[in-house]
Design a protein around this ligand. Sequence first.
Ligand code: BG6
Length: 512
Amino acid sequence: MTISSDNPLREGLRSRQVAEACSLVIFGATGDLTHRKLVPALYNLAAAGDLPPGLQVLGFARRDKTDESWRAELEESNRKNSRGGHDDALWASFASGIGYHRGNFNEPEAYRALAGRLDEIDARGGTRHNRLFYLSTAPEFFPVVLENLKAAGLNEPRGGGWSRVIVEKPFGVDLATAQALNGVVNETFQEADTYRIDHYLGKETAQNIMVLRFANAIFEPLWRARFIDQVQITCAEHLGMEGGRGAYYDTAGATRDMVQNHLLQLLSLVAMEPPTDLSADSVRDEKVKVLRSLRPLDSAAVGENVVRAQYTAGAIDGVPVPGYREEDRVAPDSQTESYVAMRTFVDNWRWEGCPFYIRMGKRLPKKATEISLHLKQPPAVLFQKMPQGGESNVLTIRIQPDEGMSVRMLSKLPGTNLQIEPVKMDFRYWSSFGKGSPEAYERLLLDALAGDATLFARRDEVENAWKFIDAIEGAWHAGDRPPPMAEYPAGSWGPTEADLLLAERGHRWRRL
Ligand code: BG6
């Protein structure tokens, strides 16, 4: 297939992204995300020569600061958080394009002043009336900021430039709130100019799923229920509720916090059909079809197919840690899950009958995100003495850490007897390419600056994912007889109920 070079959208994921100069306004400039992720990502893009020379970054927040004091704070956090280290000379040139704009999010005057400041920046040349607004505030301010941007006319492109918005997560807490927020977003910005962040899509390994599937001939013919027995998607974290995180987490839980977005996105990439081309909408059309094909769960089905659990006191790396309900800012009688495991089905032609198991948990023994596709067993007529409990073939995609892929297969052990053992073919990013992957936020910021929304969630993706999750949350919180909350000790691989869920069909969770 040739890809026409006169249609930039067709290039999509393939091409080197070319960012356009603009003013990037970060709302929530003093927050943790700006310090830990956004500014270090911009700095590393600058270090790689990927940022256009005229880029201006303006932080918008309530606290009283000056351009200089904010830059000094960012410099300190960049030293700690920058992936590629910190160089004083490079920082000095990068930081010369950084400024601070003090304002309350609900104060129209602050936005009029912002408009004036952006006009001045444009008048100096370089930014060409291009504006990118990054909503990194607490979610209750998303509509407030959007409405004020609109009132100040900042949402409308002008002078031949563009106006785009990036919206951080969480995007709503259920379908109704996501639809309401989408209403405000779409009244303010065109959908094509709206970039809903899901940072898992910016991970190198997540992007590689499409390449793996559609640039190779070896896997795709097998990539269907006819040959695949089950698919597992695991996201394990060893962290608990450090740094006051319990306050947010106890209102969300594992399902809203990670399954609705990151894990359903990974599932969509694994299950989708090949898109007609690599444009943002073609890729997202296929992902939406997967989300729409997820078998809906009524409350009885939630009881049978979903396990929720909380960690009890235990140990991580030998250090004792409290149980979930004893964590800072978590209710002592909390009904919020720190772990969820589910069996779900994609009811379409390709995947009929193949279970997709998803699990996510806090305070598990290690941090690892992995997708594994377990192939059906070959006929047993020839080799009856297979290794104990062994599956013949498993294809594993390691999203993080130790990014890579492996294929498990069976081989004859050298010797005069016929003894069969599993072996592994392994691809590791680091050894194949000699370099680590960029941070997800680098790729995503670059894409938004280049106008490519492929790796951002579209309105219908977010809403269809919520529709699926709402049924589960409804059964837990509004149903007559909510299924019980299981328990697992911190530092273990989750509750036994989750093992039983797989055992029902003769399956087992992959050991990570
Ligand atoms: C965030 C969740 O979206 O993703 C966190 O809110 C989670 O709870 C984090 O820890 C995981 O991201 P990563 O990139 O470290 O896997």
